[in-house]
Design a protein around this ligand. Structure first.
Ligand code: ADP
Length: 482
């Protein structure tokens, strides 16, 4: 995901959206029922940059009612008309590029070039793909004596995390709207500002009132109320495996459809004969992008014993180029910073060797939630830092003996979201990738594709996002026999 989007330089500096003290329900901004607010911090300065309401169950109820009310008309709207609204939203996102980038840079702490090229341009491109898919998709087919219709699932409750704030929202809301569903979104409490910008864009694009509703607030309050609301037909969640498991259980108990995009511990497998320098450099960039806060990051680098020490040296040299405060932004909040540092210490306790970075605060950066870009060598495949998702700029280098050993290590976690294989040729790499228990694998440096299905095997999730497969998540079938 880190490689996604068009690589254009930001031309203008935008304005940070400071937050609106309102929720967006039924086509209008209105005060939340309670007075509680969420303070939004800039992780680079630790200063409050905005506020949004911390909505409660009554707000969620009003939003779900608005979404239900809007459902019959929107689901009956011709797909071509739905496509036109999504295309208008894409154009508005492109026009507001500088403001979106500045807002994500502010609330997530991402360096502005990355906030522009990835956090803004990638979701804009994704919105465009769903505008195209809404227009192209065959919502009707003939199967023998039957006509089969693909119809919207209904009201979708979408719950998103902070790591790619706008991308995660668009990856749910765009296909849901393309399918003819209506939506209530509960974005992450750390990054709600860009969600408010997005709500404004959808309204301006001509989306009818009630089709999209936004309730900001905390997970165990607003998020839980949305999951449990009987008026919600489907819950689409991206976040931690711990919360995803609870949401899946609640949704399953109510026989709601559920889509879960959860954690990862993806393997970057460098086979003998691969271009080692390229594989290591791209691998380090993949892990350090977005300060390591990418669920699909290749956080375990697997290298054969013969070239292992050479890979360690290359990785340490590559990591040294990521200076905190410049190319490497802060992590999202103080809690995450302490968590990531704790994992680095734990790695050392369990026998790993620090070859770049470390758990100490970066020098000369007293303010901001920064963690040094860290490379751990000699990591044992079963150790904590090789098994658990750290969600920070920490790479674990693991040595393997032969291809079977590499496969055992690659498949030896509870996760299976992504990965990479580098081989002497594509055929060798593909043969290995086909044996990996994971949802997405980049072959010899293949780039992120916004139309390719994205999602997990094993405990990395249920369902797929993006492209035609992502659209299908929001559709159910009806067959008429003749
Ligand atoms: P992360 O580690 O990315 O913060 P979380 O799983 O904690 O992951 O959060 C992802 C999203 O889920 C956020 O929008 C958060 O508010 C929401 N969330 C957290 N707890 C719950 C819950 N119990 N029910 C519903 N949503 C929740």
């Amino acid at each position: 995901m880190a490689d996604g989007g068009k690589q254009q330089e930001p031309e203008q500096s935008g304005r940070v959206h400071q937050g609106r003290d309102a929720v967006f329900i039924g086509g209008e901004w209105r005060p939340a029922v309670g007075a509680e607010r969420v303070d939004v911090l800039d992780p680079a300065t630790e200063q409050v940059i905005g506020h949004v309401p911390a909505a409660g169950a009554q707000d969620v109820d009003a939003a779900v009612r608005a979404a239900r009310e809007a459902l019959p008309a929107w689901s009956a709207t011709a797909p071509g008309r739905r496509a036109a609204v999504l295309a208008a939203a894409r154009d508005l996102m492109a026009a507001r590029r500088a403001d979106i980038a500045a807002t994500v840079a502010g609330e997530l702490g991402a360096p502005l070039p990355f906030a522009t090229a990835v956090h803004t341009d990638m979701p804009t491109a994704v919105m465009g793909t769903f505008a195209d898919l809404a227009a192209e998709h065959p919502f009707e087919e003939t199967v023998g004596t039957s006509r089969v219709f693909q119809e919207p699932v209904g009201v979708v409750g979408a719950i998103t995390p902070w790591n790619y704030p706008l991308h995660q929202i668009v990856a749910k809301v765009a296909p849901a709207l393309a399918a003819g569903c209506t939506v209530v979104l509960k974005p992450a409490e750390d990054t709600p500002l860009v969600a408010q910008l997005f709500a404004g864009i959808l309204a301006e694009a001509g989306l009818p009132a009630g089709v999209f509703n936004l309730v900001t607030g905390f997970g165990p309050v607003a998020g839980q109320a949305l999951v449990e609301h009987p008026g919600v037909d489907m819950v689409s969640f991206t976040g931690s495996t711990a919360v995803g498991r609870a949401i899946g259980a609640a949704a399953g108990g109510a026989v709601k459809r559920v889509a879960l995009e959860l954690g990862g511990k993806s393997a970057n497998v460098i086979l003998p004969g691969a271009d080692l320098a390229r594989a290591v450099n791209v691998g380090v960039a993949n892990v350090f992008a977005n300060s390591g806060q990418t669920c699909s990051a290749w956080t375990r680098m697997l290298v054969d014993a013969e070239r292992y020490e050479e890979a360690v040296e290359l990785a340490a040299a590559a990591a040294a180029k990521y200076r905190p405060g410049e190319r490497l932004g802060p992590v999202v909040n103080a809690k995450q910073r302490e968590r990531v540092r704790g994992y680095i210490r734990k790695g050392v306790e369990e026998g790993a060797r620090i070859v770049a970075g470390g758990p100490e605060a970066p020098e000369a950066l007293p303010t901001g939630y920064y963690v040094q870009g860290t490379v751990l060598a000699d990591v044992a495949p079963e150790s904590t830092v090789a098994q658990e998702e750290i969600f920070g700029p920490v790479l674990a280098l693991i040595r393997y003996q032969d291809e079977e050993d590499a496969l055992r290590i690659a498949n030896g976690t509870v996760y299976g979201l992504a990965g990479a294989v580098w081989g002497p040729d594509d055929e060798t790499a593909v043969a290995f990738a086909r044996r990996m228990d994971t949802g997405q694998v980049d072959i010899n440096g293949g780039r992120f594709n916004v139309r390719a299905p994205f999602g997990g095997y094993k405990q990395s999730g249920v369902g797929r996002e993006l492209g035609a497969h992502g659209l299908a998540e929001y559709l159910q079938t009806k067959s008429l026999q003749f």
